[in-house]
Design a protein around this ligand. Structure first.
Ligand code: ADP
Ligand code: MG
Length: 240
């Protein structure tokens, strides 16, 4: 569903993605781990083409990333993205946040969009918050609304960039449970997270990045019990 080959990205002289090769097959959950500054967010943003790359190729569902126009809008619709900051529209209700893009981009009717939105809000457990504004919800509820909003576009793949890092500790689990539910339903997911419990339980593969490189790409069992590189051992030693 996602494939990257020989991807390089520079910010000025800073080489932040170095010959990145990796794949996310349909239906797999791949967790990306690595220290701060290792290039995890840049990789996510490159897949959605929020950041152009300098060389190499990224494909989503077998097609190279378009650089502009309608094709780029279609790519963005196929790739759902959930960030650390929920980025909900503050002046719109939760249900309106969820119906907006499907109506604008997918040309879904307002009644159809609303029906789907309510189903999705039900699925993430916040249907009773539909008519409220984002500021009236807890952080965990807002992040679940952001997930529902991304799902409303019926994406082929979901990217999560540290979706629980901005949450109070007691709200982390409800968001992870929502993500685990999606994984169980077979959604293709690329998840940047420091939540090792989620990685162990939900990931088919763990990709460990350090200093712009993919240093390890293995099963969670292998990665956590027998990391091969010094960099991974050092990282795990600091966070576990
Ligand atoms: P991570 O998500 O793993 O913490 P990032 O992908 O955010 O890492 O950043 C990788 C490197 O790129 C860091 O050194 C960061 O400072 C740098 N970087 C990220 N975004 C920009 C930008 N827009 N301009 C310049 N440097 C950036
Ligand atoms: Mg980041």
């Amino acid at each position: 569903m996602i494939s990257a080959s020989g991807v390089n990205k520079y910010f000025g002289d800073l080489h932040v993605l170095k010959e990145i090769d990796f794949e996310v097959p349909r239906g797999q959950v791949v967790v990306v781990l690595g220290p701060s500054g290792s290039g995890k967010s840049t990789l996510c943003r490159a897949i959605n083409r929020l950041e152009p790359i300098n060389s190499g190729e990224i494909q989503v569902d077998g097609k190279p990333l378009p650089s502009e126009g309608k094709a780029l809008a279609a790519l963005r619709a196929d790739v759902g993205m959930v960030f650390q900051q929920f980025n909900l529209f503050a002046h719109k209700t939760i249900v309106d946040n969820v119906t907006l893009a499907p109506q604008k981009v997918r040309k879904v009717s307002s009644s159809e969009a609303r029906k789907t939105a309510m189903e999705l809000l039900e699925r993430v457990g916040i249907a009773n918050q539909a008519e409220k504004y984002p500021a009236q919800l807890s952080g965990g509820q807002q992040q679940r609304a952001a997930i529902a909003r991304a799902l409303a576009m019926r994406p082929k793949v979901m990217l999560f960039d540290e979706p629980t890092s901005a949450l109070d500790p007691e709200m982390v689990q409800e968001v992870l449970d929502t993500m685990t539910g999606l994984a169980d339903e077979g959604m293709t997911m690329l998840v940047v997270t420091h939540e090792m419990g989620f990685a162990r339980r939900a990931a088919h593969r763990v990709v460990f990045m350090s200093d712009g490189e993919i240093v390890e790409d293995s099963t969670p069992e292998d990665f956590f019990s027998a990391p091969k590189s010094e960099r991974a051992k050092d990282f795990l030693g600091k966070i576990l």
